[in-house]
Write a protein that binds this ligand. Sequence first.
Ligand SMILES: Nc1ncnc2c1ncn2[C@@H]1O[C@H](COP(=O)(O)OP(=O)(O)OP(=O)(O)O)[C@@H](O)[C@H]1O
Ligand SMILES: [Mg+2]
Length: 352
Amino acid sequence: MSTSFPALTQFSHGGGCGCKIAPGLLSEILSRAPRGLMPAELMVGLETSDDAAVYRLNDEQALVATTDFFTPIVDDPRDFGRIAATNALSDIYAMGGTPILALALVGMPIAKLSAETIGEVLAGGAEVCRAAGIPIAGGHSIDLLEPIYGLVALGLVHPERVRRNADAQPNDVLILGKPLGVGILSAALKKGVLDAAGYAEMLAHTTQLNRVGSRLGGLAGVHAMTDVTGFGLTGHLLEVCRGSGLSAQVTLADLPVIEAAAHWARQGVVTGASARNWASYGSDVVWPDGAAPWQQALVSDPQTSGGLLVSCTAESAPAVLAAFHDDGFAQARVIGDLQALANGAAPGLRFA
Ligand SMILES: Nc1ncnc2c1ncn2[C@@H]1O[C@H](COP(=O)(O)OP(=O)(O)OP(=O)(O)O)[C@@H](O)[C@H]1O
Ligand SMILES: [Mg+2]
Protein backbone atom coordinates (compact mmCIF):
# COMPACT_ATOMS: atom_id res chain seq x y z
CA MET A 1 0.00 0.00 0.00
CA SER A 2 1.52 3.36 -0.96
CA THR A 3 1.45 6.15 1.64
CA SER A 4 2.35 9.16 -0.50
CA PHE A 5 -1.19 9.80 -1.75
CA PRO A 6 -4.19 11.27 0.10
CA ALA A 7 -6.47 8.56 1.55
CA LEU A 8 -9.21 8.23 -1.07
CA THR A 9 -11.99 6.88 1.17
CA GLN A 10 -12.19 10.24 2.99
CA PHE A 11 -13.86 11.58 -0.18
CA SER A 12 -16.46 8.83 -0.51
CA HIS A 13 -19.71 8.48 1.44
CA GLY A 14 -19.79 4.70 0.82
CA GLY A 15 -17.39 2.79 -1.33
CA GLY A 16 -17.30 0.13 -4.01
CA CYS A 17 -20.45 -1.80 -4.85
CA GLY A 18 -21.81 -0.67 -1.44
CA CYS A 19 -22.72 2.66 -3.09
CA LYS A 20 -25.11 0.97 -5.56
CA ILE A 21 -28.74 2.06 -5.23
CA ALA A 22 -30.55 -0.81 -3.39
CA PRO A 23 -32.55 -3.17 -5.65
CA GLY A 24 -36.02 -2.07 -4.45
CA LEU A 25 -35.42 1.63 -5.13
CA LEU A 26 -33.60 0.87 -8.40
CA SER A 27 -36.57 -1.07 -9.77
CA GLU A 28 -38.94 1.72 -8.73
CA ILE A 29 -36.78 4.29 -10.54
CA LEU A 30 -36.42 2.12 -13.65
CA SER A 31 -40.17 1.43 -13.77
CA ARG A 32 -40.75 5.18 -14.25
CA ALA A 33 -38.68 5.32 -17.44
CA PRO A 34 -40.52 4.54 -20.68
CA ARG A 35 -39.89 1.06 -22.13
CA GLY A 36 -37.18 1.26 -24.76
CA LEU A 37 -37.00 -0.43 -28.15
CA MET A 38 -36.52 -4.21 -28.21
CA PRO A 39 -34.78 -5.14 -31.47
CA ALA A 40 -34.88 -8.85 -32.31
CA GLU A 41 -31.07 -8.98 -32.06
CA LEU A 42 -31.16 -7.97 -28.37
CA MET A 43 -30.75 -11.36 -26.68
CA VAL A 44 -30.52 -9.92 -23.15
CA GLY A 45 -31.91 -6.51 -22.19
CA LEU A 46 -33.33 -4.95 -19.07
CA GLU A 47 -36.08 -7.39 -18.19
CA THR A 48 -34.30 -9.81 -15.81
CA SER A 49 -31.72 -7.52 -14.14
CA ASP A 50 -28.97 -9.45 -15.86
CA ASP A 51 -25.27 -8.62 -15.71
CA ALA A 52 -24.83 -7.20 -19.19
CA ALA A 53 -26.72 -6.54 -22.40
CA VAL A 54 -26.15 -9.08 -25.18
CA TYR A 55 -26.72 -8.23 -28.85
CA ARG A 56 -26.53 -10.89 -31.58
CA LEU A 57 -24.17 -9.81 -34.39
CA ASN A 58 -24.34 -13.01 -36.47
CA ASP A 59 -24.69 -16.79 -35.96
CA GLU A 60 -21.26 -17.01 -34.38
CA GLN A 61 -20.95 -13.84 -32.36
CA ALA A 62 -22.88 -11.70 -29.91
CA LEU A 63 -21.67 -8.44 -28.38
CA VAL A 64 -21.70 -8.22 -24.56
CA ALA A 65 -21.88 -4.67 -23.15
CA THR A 66 -21.80 -3.44 -19.55
CA THR A 67 -20.67 -0.51 -17.44
CA ASP A 68 -19.70 -0.20 -13.78
CA PHE A 69 -18.18 2.60 -11.75
CA PHE A 70 -18.10 3.52 -8.07
CA THR A 71 -16.50 5.61 -5.33
CA PRO A 72 -13.28 4.56 -3.51
CA ILE A 73 -13.50 1.46 -1.33
CA VAL A 74 -9.79 1.67 -0.42
CA ASP A 75 -7.38 4.56 0.20
CA ASP A 76 -4.63 3.62 -2.23
CA PRO A 77 -5.36 5.04 -5.72
CA ARG A 78 -3.75 2.22 -7.68
CA ASP A 79 -5.58 -0.42 -5.65
CA PHE A 80 -8.86 1.47 -6.18
CA GLY A 81 -8.29 1.44 -9.95
CA ARG A 82 -7.47 -2.27 -9.93
CA ILE A 83 -10.57 -3.19 -7.93
CA ALA A 84 -12.92 -1.02 -10.02
CA ALA A 85 -11.62 -2.44 -13.31
CA THR A 86 -11.74 -6.05 -12.11
CA ASN A 87 -15.33 -5.48 -11.00
CA ALA A 88 -16.33 -3.86 -14.31
CA LEU A 89 -14.99 -6.76 -16.39
CA SER A 90 -16.73 -9.31 -14.18
CA ASP A 91 -20.15 -8.79 -15.80
CA ILE A 92 -18.70 -9.80 -19.21
CA TYR A 93 -17.41 -13.07 -17.73
CA ALA A 94 -20.71 -13.59 -15.89
CA MET A 95 -22.49 -13.78 -19.29
CA GLY A 96 -19.98 -16.40 -20.48
CA GLY A 97 -18.22 -13.77 -22.60
CA THR A 98 -14.62 -12.72 -23.24
CA PRO A 99 -13.75 -9.00 -23.01
CA ILE A 100 -12.41 -7.27 -26.13
CA LEU A 101 -12.03 -3.63 -25.09
CA ALA A 102 -12.84 -1.09 -22.41
CA LEU A 103 -13.44 2.66 -22.06
CA ALA A 104 -12.56 4.46 -18.80
CA LEU A 105 -15.15 6.43 -16.82
CA VAL A 106 -13.46 9.02 -14.59
CA GLY A 107 -14.94 11.61 -12.22
CA MET A 108 -12.44 13.29 -9.86
CA PRO A 109 -12.36 16.33 -7.50
CA ILE A 110 -9.51 17.98 -9.38
CA ALA A 111 -9.13 20.74 -6.75
CA LYS A 112 -8.34 18.07 -4.13
CA LEU A 113 -6.51 15.33 -6.00
CA SER A 114 -3.28 15.76 -7.97
CA ALA A 115 -2.81 14.57 -11.54
CA GLU A 116 -0.36 12.07 -10.10
CA THR A 117 -2.97 10.57 -7.76
CA ILE A 118 -5.64 10.41 -10.47
CA GLY A 119 -3.05 8.93 -12.83
CA GLU A 120 -2.44 6.14 -10.29
CA VAL A 121 -6.15 5.22 -10.34
CA LEU A 122 -6.04 4.98 -14.13
CA ALA A 123 -2.79 3.00 -14.00
CA GLY A 124 -4.48 0.46 -11.71
CA GLY A 125 -7.31 0.04 -14.23
CA ALA A 126 -4.84 -0.24 -17.09
CA GLU A 127 -2.89 -2.94 -15.24
CA VAL A 128 -6.03 -5.08 -14.90
CA CYS A 129 -7.10 -4.60 -18.52
CA ARG A 130 -3.64 -5.61 -19.66
CA ALA A 131 -3.92 -8.77 -17.54
CA ALA A 132 -7.34 -9.43 -19.11
CA GLY A 133 -5.76 -9.03 -22.56
CA ILE A 134 -7.70 -5.92 -23.63
CA PRO A 135 -6.95 -2.25 -24.35
CA ILE A 136 -8.54 0.77 -22.68
CA ALA A 137 -9.37 2.43 -25.97
CA GLY A 138 -10.94 5.69 -24.74
CA GLY A 139 -13.07 7.12 -21.98
CA HIS A 140 -14.61 10.24 -20.47
CA SER A 141 -13.38 12.37 -17.54
CA ILE A 142 -15.16 15.05 -15.49
CA ASP A 143 -14.53 17.22 -12.42
CA LEU A 144 -16.74 15.87 -9.61
CA LEU A 145 -17.12 16.25 -5.82
CA GLU A 146 -16.63 12.54 -5.06
CA PRO A 147 -14.06 10.46 -6.94
CA ILE A 148 -15.54 7.77 -9.17
CA TYR A 149 -13.79 5.33 -11.48
CA GLY A 150 -14.91 2.43 -13.62
CA LEU A 151 -15.18 1.08 -17.13
CA VAL A 152 -17.51 0.53 -20.00
CA ALA A 153 -16.59 -3.02 -20.99
CA LEU A 154 -17.35 -4.79 -24.26
CA GLY A 155 -16.94 -8.48 -24.98
CA LEU A 156 -17.87 -11.22 -27.40
CA VAL A 157 -19.61 -14.54 -26.85
CA HIS A 158 -20.97 -17.29 -29.10
CA PRO A 159 -24.78 -16.87 -29.01
CA GLU A 160 -25.15 -20.45 -27.73
CA ARG A 161 -22.70 -19.86 -24.90
CA VAL A 162 -24.56 -16.88 -23.42
CA ARG A 163 -25.33 -17.68 -19.78
CA ARG A 164 -28.25 -15.58 -18.52
CA ASN A 165 -29.24 -15.31 -14.87
CA ALA A 166 -32.79 -16.35 -15.90
CA ASP A 167 -32.12 -19.83 -17.34
CA ALA A 168 -31.58 -21.81 -14.13
CA GLN A 169 -33.41 -25.17 -14.03
CA PRO A 170 -35.16 -27.09 -11.22
CA ASN A 171 -32.75 -29.37 -9.29
CA ASP A 172 -29.71 -27.33 -10.34
CA VAL A 173 -27.03 -26.95 -7.71
CA LEU A 174 -25.61 -23.53 -6.84
CA ILE A 175 -21.85 -22.94 -6.79
CA LEU A 176 -20.24 -19.76 -5.45
CA GLY A 177 -16.75 -18.86 -6.73
CA LYS A 178 -15.36 -16.47 -4.09
CA PRO A 179 -15.81 -16.34 -0.30
CA LEU A 180 -18.20 -13.72 1.13
CA GLY A 181 -17.21 -10.77 3.30
CA VAL A 182 -15.30 -8.11 1.34
CA GLY A 183 -17.94 -5.50 2.28
CA ILE A 184 -17.39 -6.27 5.95
CA LEU A 185 -13.62 -5.93 5.45
CA SER A 186 -14.21 -2.55 3.77
CA ALA A 187 -16.25 -1.47 6.83
CA ALA A 188 -13.36 -2.56 9.07
CA LEU A 189 -10.95 -0.59 6.86
CA LYS A 190 -13.10 2.53 7.11
CA LYS A 191 -13.19 2.11 10.91
CA GLY A 192 -9.39 1.85 10.99
CA VAL A 193 -9.39 -1.65 12.51
CA LEU A 194 -8.37 -3.77 9.50
CA ASP A 195 -4.80 -5.10 9.77
CA ALA A 196 -2.36 -5.52 6.87
CA ALA A 197 -3.20 -9.21 6.44
CA GLY A 198 -6.93 -8.41 6.26
CA TYR A 199 -6.26 -5.68 3.68
CA ALA A 200 -4.11 -8.03 1.59
CA GLU A 201 -6.88 -10.63 1.64
CA MET A 202 -9.51 -8.06 0.61
CA LEU A 203 -7.32 -6.97 -2.29
CA ALA A 204 -6.58 -10.54 -3.36
CA HIS A 205 -10.29 -11.34 -3.71
CA THR A 206 -11.40 -8.04 -5.25
CA THR A 207 -8.67 -8.04 -7.90
CA GLN A 208 -9.11 -11.68 -8.93
CA LEU A 209 -10.57 -11.61 -12.44
CA ASN A 210 -13.64 -13.85 -12.89
CA ARG A 211 -12.09 -15.06 -16.17
CA VAL A 212 -13.25 -18.61 -15.48
CA GLY A 213 -16.74 -17.44 -16.58
CA SER A 214 -15.66 -17.56 -20.26
CA ARG A 215 -14.79 -21.24 -19.79
CA LEU A 216 -17.91 -22.04 -17.76
CA GLY A 217 -20.08 -20.64 -20.57
CA GLY A 218 -18.83 -23.56 -22.69
CA LEU A 219 -19.90 -26.30 -20.23
CA ALA A 220 -23.20 -27.94 -21.22
CA GLY A 221 -24.49 -28.45 -17.67
CA VAL A 222 -24.10 -24.77 -16.75
CA HIS A 223 -27.56 -23.23 -17.11
CA ALA A 224 -27.23 -19.79 -15.50
CA MET A 225 -24.53 -17.50 -14.19
CA THR A 226 -24.27 -14.13 -12.48
CA ASP A 227 -21.75 -12.36 -10.28
CA VAL A 228 -22.38 -11.49 -6.64
CA THR A 229 -21.89 -7.74 -6.18
CA GLY A 230 -23.63 -4.85 -4.45
CA PHE A 231 -26.95 -6.54 -3.66
CA GLY A 232 -25.17 -9.32 -1.79
CA LEU A 233 -25.48 -13.09 -2.30
CA THR A 234 -29.17 -12.93 -1.40
CA GLY A 235 -30.01 -10.11 -3.81
CA HIS A 236 -28.27 -11.63 -6.81
CA LEU A 237 -29.58 -15.12 -6.07
CA LEU A 238 -33.11 -13.67 -5.86
CA GLU A 239 -32.56 -12.20 -9.36
CA VAL A 240 -31.80 -15.77 -10.55
CA CYS A 241 -34.87 -17.15 -8.74
CA ARG A 242 -37.23 -14.47 -10.08
CA GLY A 243 -35.82 -14.61 -13.62
CA SER A 244 -35.98 -18.42 -13.71
CA GLY A 245 -39.26 -18.85 -11.78
CA LEU A 246 -37.68 -21.06 -9.11
CA SER A 247 -37.04 -21.17 -5.39
CA ALA A 248 -33.60 -21.63 -3.84
CA GLN A 249 -32.30 -23.25 -0.70
CA VAL A 250 -28.90 -22.25 0.69
CA THR A 251 -27.15 -23.92 3.63
CA LEU A 252 -25.48 -21.27 5.80
CA ALA A 253 -22.86 -23.74 7.04
CA ASP A 254 -21.76 -24.40 3.43
CA LEU A 255 -21.06 -20.75 2.53
CA PRO A 256 -17.43 -19.91 1.82
CA VAL A 257 -16.55 -17.02 4.15
CA ILE A 258 -13.46 -14.82 4.54
CA GLU A 259 -12.36 -15.64 8.09
CA ALA A 260 -11.40 -12.07 9.00
CA ALA A 261 -14.82 -10.89 7.77
CA ALA A 262 -16.62 -13.40 10.01
CA HIS A 263 -14.52 -12.10 12.89
CA TRP A 264 -15.45 -8.45 12.28
CA ALA A 265 -19.10 -9.20 11.53
CA ARG A 266 -19.36 -10.97 14.91
CA GLN A 267 -18.13 -7.70 16.49
CA GLY A 268 -20.87 -5.77 14.67
CA VAL A 269 -18.56 -4.24 12.03
CA VAL A 270 -20.79 -4.27 8.93
CA THR A 271 -21.70 -1.89 6.10
CA GLY A 272 -24.82 0.29 6.10
CA ALA A 273 -25.62 -1.20 2.69
CA SER A 274 -26.17 -4.70 4.11
CA ALA A 275 -29.18 -3.57 6.19
CA ARG A 276 -30.58 -1.62 3.20
CA ASN A 277 -30.14 -4.71 1.04
CA TRP A 278 -31.84 -6.95 3.62
CA ALA A 279 -34.80 -4.57 3.91
CA SER A 280 -35.23 -4.58 0.13
CA TYR A 281 -35.48 -8.40 -0.17
CA GLY A 282 -38.80 -8.31 1.67
CA SER A 283 -40.80 -11.48 2.26
CA ASP A 284 -39.02 -13.40 -0.51
CA VAL A 285 -36.42 -14.63 1.99
CA VAL A 286 -37.03 -17.19 4.76
CA TRP A 287 -34.47 -16.95 7.55
CA PRO A 288 -34.00 -19.79 10.06
CA ASP A 289 -34.81 -19.23 13.73
CA GLY A 290 -31.66 -19.15 15.74
CA ALA A 291 -29.27 -18.08 12.97
CA ALA A 292 -26.90 -15.34 14.16
CA PRO A 293 -27.32 -11.68 13.10
CA TRP A 294 -23.75 -11.64 11.75
CA GLN A 295 -24.73 -14.37 9.29
CA GLN A 296 -27.58 -12.16 8.05
CA ALA A 297 -25.05 -9.34 7.55
CA LEU A 298 -22.90 -11.77 5.57
CA VAL A 299 -25.57 -12.95 3.13
CA SER A 300 -26.59 -9.33 2.44
CA ASP A 301 -23.01 -7.99 2.49
CA PRO A 302 -22.31 -5.94 -0.68
CA GLN A 303 -19.55 -7.74 -2.54
CA THR A 304 -17.33 -5.44 -4.54
CA SER A 305 -15.96 -7.54 -7.39
CA GLY A 306 -17.46 -10.68 -5.82
CA GLY A 307 -17.54 -14.25 -7.07
CA LEU A 308 -19.47 -15.91 -9.87
CA LEU A 309 -22.66 -17.68 -8.83
CA VAL A 310 -23.28 -20.68 -11.09
CA SER A 311 -26.44 -22.75 -11.44
CA CYS A 312 -25.67 -26.12 -13.01
CA THR A 313 -26.75 -29.76 -13.11
CA ALA A 314 -25.52 -31.94 -10.23
CA GLU A 315 -23.67 -34.07 -12.84
CA SER A 316 -21.68 -31.07 -14.12
CA ALA A 317 -20.84 -29.73 -10.64
CA PRO A 318 -17.50 -31.57 -10.36
CA ALA A 319 -16.36 -30.08 -13.72
CA VAL A 320 -17.51 -26.60 -12.65
CA LEU A 321 -15.66 -26.89 -9.34
CA ALA A 322 -12.56 -28.18 -11.13
CA ALA A 323 -12.62 -25.17 -13.49
CA PHE A 324 -12.86 -22.80 -10.52
CA HIS A 325 -10.08 -24.56 -8.62
CA ASP A 326 -7.80 -24.67 -11.70
CA ASP A 327 -8.26 -20.94 -12.11
CA GLY A 328 -7.24 -20.17 -8.53
CA PHE A 329 -10.68 -19.98 -6.88
CA ALA A 330 -9.68 -22.30 -4.05
CA GLN A 331 -12.77 -21.65 -1.93
CA ALA A 332 -15.39 -22.27 -4.66
CA ARG A 333 -18.03 -24.67 -3.40
CA VAL A 334 -21.63 -25.89 -3.64
CA ILE A 335 -23.85 -23.71 -1.42
CA GLY A 336 -27.36 -24.94 -2.17
CA ASP A 337 -29.83 -25.82 -4.91
CA LEU A 338 -32.91 -24.71 -6.83
CA GLN A 339 -36.37 -26.23 -6.94
CA ALA A 340 -39.52 -25.83 -9.03
CA LEU A 341 -42.16 -23.61 -7.40
CA ALA A 342 -44.93 -25.25 -5.43
CA ASN A 343 -48.39 -24.44 -6.86
CA GLY A 344 -49.05 -20.70 -6.61
CA ALA A 345 -45.82 -19.97 -4.71
CA ALA A 346 -43.68 -16.96 -5.62
CA PRO A 347 -39.95 -17.29 -6.37
CA GLY A 348 -37.95 -16.99 -3.17
CA LEU A 349 -34.96 -18.08 -1.15
CA ARG A 350 -34.82 -20.19 2.02
CA PHE A 351 -31.73 -20.33 4.21
CA ALA A 352 -31.16 -23.43 6.33
N1 LIG B 1 -29.96 3.72 -15.11
C1 LIG B 1 -30.20 2.51 -15.59
N2 LIG B 1 -30.85 2.35 -16.76
C2 LIG B 1 -31.11 1.14 -17.23
N3 LIG B 1 -30.77 0.00 -16.61
C3 LIG B 1 -30.12 0.09 -15.45
C4 LIG B 1 -29.79 1.35 -14.87
N4 LIG B 1 -29.15 1.11 -13.70
C5 LIG B 1 -29.08 -0.22 -13.56
N5 LIG B 1 -29.66 -0.85 -14.60
C6 LIG B 1 -29.83 -2.28 -14.83
O1 LIG B 1 -30.42 -2.82 -13.66
C7 LIG B 1 -29.93 -4.13 -13.41
C8 LIG B 1 -29.35 -4.10 -12.02
O2 LIG B 1 -29.03 -5.35 -11.61
P1 LIG B 1 -27.57 -5.66 -11.03
O3 LIG B 1 -27.11 -4.57 -10.17
O4 LIG B 1 -27.60 -7.04 -10.50
O5 LIG B 1 -26.70 -5.62 -12.39
P2 LIG B 1 -25.19 -5.79 -12.64
O6 LIG B 1 -24.86 -4.86 -13.74
O7 LIG B 1 -24.92 -7.23 -12.84
O8 LIG B 1 -24.50 -5.33 -11.31
P3 LIG B 1 -22.96 -5.49 -11.07
O9 LIG B 1 -22.32 -4.67 -12.12
O10 LIG B 1 -22.77 -4.92 -9.72
O11 LIG B 1 -22.65 -6.94 -11.22
C9 LIG B 1 -28.90 -4.42 -14.50
O12 LIG B 1 -29.51 -5.17 -15.52
C10 LIG B 1 -28.52 -3.04 -14.99
O13 LIG B 1 -28.12 -3.07 -16.35
MG1 LIG C 1 -23.45 -8.47 -12.27
